[in-house]
Write a protein that binds this ligand. Structure first.
Ligand code: SF4
Length: 421
């Protein structure tokens, strides 16, 4: 979890050699030398031959921002194999990056990574905390983590795991405890080996000082730990009451061509959730369910959890029976909506019908005929391009996990009804 803090965490660091600070850092470094976790982006503390790579550290920290380390490992391998250097990444297309990011979630990170690579290819790799912080997608925690791990400079990085260690060790609670943890972390910063020290705290928080069942008996800090001394270490840190997830409802339309060899999709606008990824056309997500559409077969409801939303998405399928009079549904014919009266009640079929940006007149029709809101063509679709995608090449298109699940569900209902094998 990235801390939302904009001030430079180094500003108030004071390099005092107080005994408590020294003991804390020494315990942590000694423990790390014996117990560090191994990851493909890391340099082991006893490896004096290999220099840390800012590029690999940056990639890993971007992936780790919202995702657990064990999930990140195969993605990291694949990413580095495809883009071994900054230049490879800077020269790639955003689609190539997004394809590798599929399944990791929080796709804005991939866009940021791509943008930042292009900036660094021109300006060079930053050499300071402030330089990293100025790049897209990098907040105070990530900037500090890269600076100390890859460039061994003193920087204070406090993520959720490290916050928990400090909160328990010093018994920190109250309304300002999160702010105070940063201050405490600055005071305790080691005098040397800043990268190892930060990674030691990360590893202790992830593997020993766990949220539930901390393994205090294995902890190098146990002798001085306030939370342990009370007998109830899990009372720290103070629980943050999270807002309940909002329920949202929507419809999504999976339109296959007659041969069931292509499926109609379009790119999510960059500013939207899952921006830049390919998606099936669908309604706007709303707080209340909207009436079911007619003219499609119901395939099932998918419940998908986002950080702040529980989405109930009804999946509707169609096999492309709404071809134009010339029988050319996806050849880029701009004039294919000959019978608008049929297509008006099926605006997404209209999109699929043309395999191109929605013609302006279709939008006007939808305004004048008073379609039910869930089927109206939203402004979002005004400049959206759609495409018939061959199913056997769909892996070349970046899809969110949600859309992969939608496709699987639609495909399964076709198989179960015997329409396709
Ligand atoms: S002694 Fe227990 S509660 Fe204290 S820091 Fe170590 S693992 Fe966490």
């Amino acid at each position: 979890m990235v801390m939302q803090r904009t001030a430079n965490p180094l500003k108030s660091v004071q390099f005092r050699s107080r005994p408590l600070k020294k003991a804390f850092a020494e315990h942590m470094l000694r423990w790390y030398d014996q117990n560090q976790r191994t990851f493909p982006w890391r340099i082991a503390p006893n490896d004096h031959e290999t220099a840390p790579s800012p590029y690999r550290t940056w990639i890993s920290e971007m992936m780790l921002q919202q995702t657990g380390a064990s999930t990140v490992v195969p993605y990291f391998h694949q990413f580095i194999q495809t883009f071994p250097t900054l230049d490879h990444l800077a020269q790639a297309s955003i689609d190539q990056v997004l394809v590798l990011w599929q399944g990791l979630g929080y796709y804005r990170r991939a866009h940021h990574l791509h943008k930042a690579a292009k900036i660094m290819a021109h300006q060079g790799i930053p050499q300071s905390y402030e330089g990293w912080l100025a790049l897209p997608g990098i907040g105070p925690y990530t900037a500090a983590a890269i600076t100390c791990i890859a460039q061994n400079q003193p920087a204070v990085a406090v993520d959720g795991n490290i916050r928990r260690v400090f909160s328990r060790y010093f018994g920190m609670d109250g309304p300002d405890w999160i702010k105070n943890v940063w201050k405490k972390a600055e005071e305790q910063l080691a005098d040397t080996r800043w990268g190892d020290y930060t990674q030691a705290l990360m590893d202790l928080g992830a593997g020993v000082c766990k949220t539930k069942n901390p393994a205090c008996i294995e902890c190098p800090l146990v002798d001085q730990c306030h939370a342990f001394s009370t007998g109830t270490p899990t009372k720290w840190p103070t629980k943050i009451v999270k807002n309940q997830k909002k329920k949202q409802f929507g419809h999504v339309y999976v339109i296959f061509d007659d041969q069931k060899e292509h499926v109609f999709m379009h790119v999510t606008p960059a500013q939207d959730l899952l921006g830049g990824l390919w998606r099936f056309p669908g309604s706007i997500w709303a707080l209340q369910p909207s009436p079911d559409p007619t003219g499609y077969d119901f395939s099932g409801t998918l419940v998908h959890l986002f950080t702040h939303i529980t989405l109930h998405l009804k999946i509707w399928v169609d096999t492309g029976s709404y071809r134009n009079k010339n029988g050319r549904p996806y050849d880029g014919d701009t004039h294919c909506i000959d019978d608008a009266s049929i297509l008006l009640s099926h605006p997404f079929k209209a999109m699929a019908h043309c395999d191109m940006a929605l013609p302006a007149q279709t939008k006007e029709y939808s305004h004048t005929t008073g379609l039910s809101p869930q089927l109206s063509i939203s402004e979002d679709y005004e400049n959206t391009w759609g495409r018939w995608i061959p199913l056997n090449r769909i892996h070349e298109y970046p899809l969110s996990r949600l859309m992969q699940n939608v496709l699987n569900q639609a495909h399964a209902s076709f198989v179960s009804s015997g329409i396709i094998e």
